[in-house]
Design a protein around this ligand. Sequence first.
Ligand code: M6R
Length: 600
Amino acid sequence: MCGITAYCGNDLALPFLLQGLNKLEYRGYDSAGVTLLEDDGLVTVKCRGRLKNLEEKLSDYTLKGHIGIGHTRWATHGVPSNLNSHPHSNDDETISLVHNGIIENYRELKEELLEKGYHFQSETDSEVVVLLLDYYYDGDLFAATKKVLSRIEGSYALCIVSTFEPDKIIVARKDSPLVVGKVSNAYVAASDIPALLEYTKDVYFLNDYEMAVLEKDNIHFYSHDGKPIEKDMNTIPYDIEAAKKDGYEHFMLKEIYEQPRVINETLRGRIVNDKIILDELKDIDFSQFNKVYYVACGTAYHASLCGSQVLERVTKLPVIATVASEFRYNDPIVDEHTLAIFVSQSGETADTLAALRLAKAKGATTIAIANVLGSTISRDAHYVLYTCAGPEIAVASTKAYTTQLVLLILLAYYVAQKLNIEVNLQLIHELDTIPDYVNQLLADHDIYASWAKMLENLHDTYFIGRSLDYASVLEGALKLKEVSYVHADAYVAGELKHGPIALIEPGSVVIAVATQPHIAAKTISNIQETIARGARVILLTTEGQEVKNVENTYYLPKVSPTLQSILVAIPLQLLAYYTACIKGCDVDKPRNLAKSVTVE
Ligand code: M6R
């Protein structure tokens, strides 16, 4: 989704704006632009396409401004084009702004502005904001901004510059992320922390409806009604190195290889003498709940599917795992006896956030499982547990997924402990061994790369599994399709005969996961049914399973069945990665996708 940068200080603004936009590229975008406050007014340079197109265009300018705003756009209203790119300005170019989010009532505002004689250059919803600012400006930019914010509905992160008040940038947010940073010579702002890390680790998180006025040596924060407020500074616990490629060809590969370390980090201090320690949740009385919801999107939903099954098995509490975009519109049955768990790497996913707010409004106790410190979901939930995956830059989620699995398994056993249910201590001991097993699996990368050759020229593939393995194949299929564009469907293996087997023909590739002892043999017989119809199979299973006539069988290290979900993710992630590489795909920035889906 769109990325925003802003700089107000004593040094040149452009280098900060561009490096920040570069760090935000992972969010996905189709055009880019900047506005600089120069001695002779605002200068806006913007164009469709990648940042390098903008940089080429900028080489025709000498921009010396010390105040500026930047933007990468992910089209929502209006096609990707030079005119629809941000920043947007008023006619006489005295006010310019960048916007992330969606102005839901832009049509009626546009009508109103057209009637007042304004004309529009773009098809965007954002342009109404700058024209409204122009309309309401009466010698006080802050007052005009407040007025405009009271008129717009929807979501926004906004940064506004103006020649009328050339010493400041006004920023505001609602339902779209915005972080402000303190640099030795400036105040800066961005949509996400990686854009700031090269300059500072000292940040302020804006809450919904809050505004800030950035000046060179000063910052002022305001509540929704314009009253000054104090905000605490937070220090980000990782540095810029964590957001670099480290010699790997792609962020996705780097992040896959980081998994042993980040799983260790996520476990650190959370198992002591056979006990799970999640002190963040110590005040919750789990006996009050008669139902548990897990709500998330995409990969985080797949982790939730697994986590929910584990919780149900160990606590016998009824659980429902659902995608956030369904939960929020389906009038879920939630009350004060419901525990609702929201899983999100970014902590900014619009649907998950809306679902969280709905669950809270209906009286549920909410827990966020998030990766980004200070993210909106982590601040809005009653309780938060952090995965310790560090910044995940590749659009395809890998290390966030396995750390979510680890934390959700810990959570399930923690709840069981709090309910005085006897738990499987062997599994708790084995958790510590998982990082070593992950290393062992990573060492077999050549095997997964050889499987990728089987997929290179295929249009479709089929993933099958049962029980916890079903969540794993859903995730394997998602990974493959998003980075390699090979169409991949995941099925419960027992459903094959009810329809999907009609698709199997000589040369089809079936990727099967059979790691759950109570059901693996059934999946293995389903594989035979596909082989009989000409399919080529890649099977991931565990030692001891009887497997006959399967061309590519890979045996995973034997650990407790619940923990296999973590291990099996590694070959499936690398299979997707190598297939994307063979096909020459843009691995870290797949087409049409954004890292953080901050609009509905
Ligand atoms: O930041 P979140 O975990 O809330 O994001 C949820 C999904 O958008 C995300 O997992 C998406 O499916 C990824 N591209 C998967 O690799």
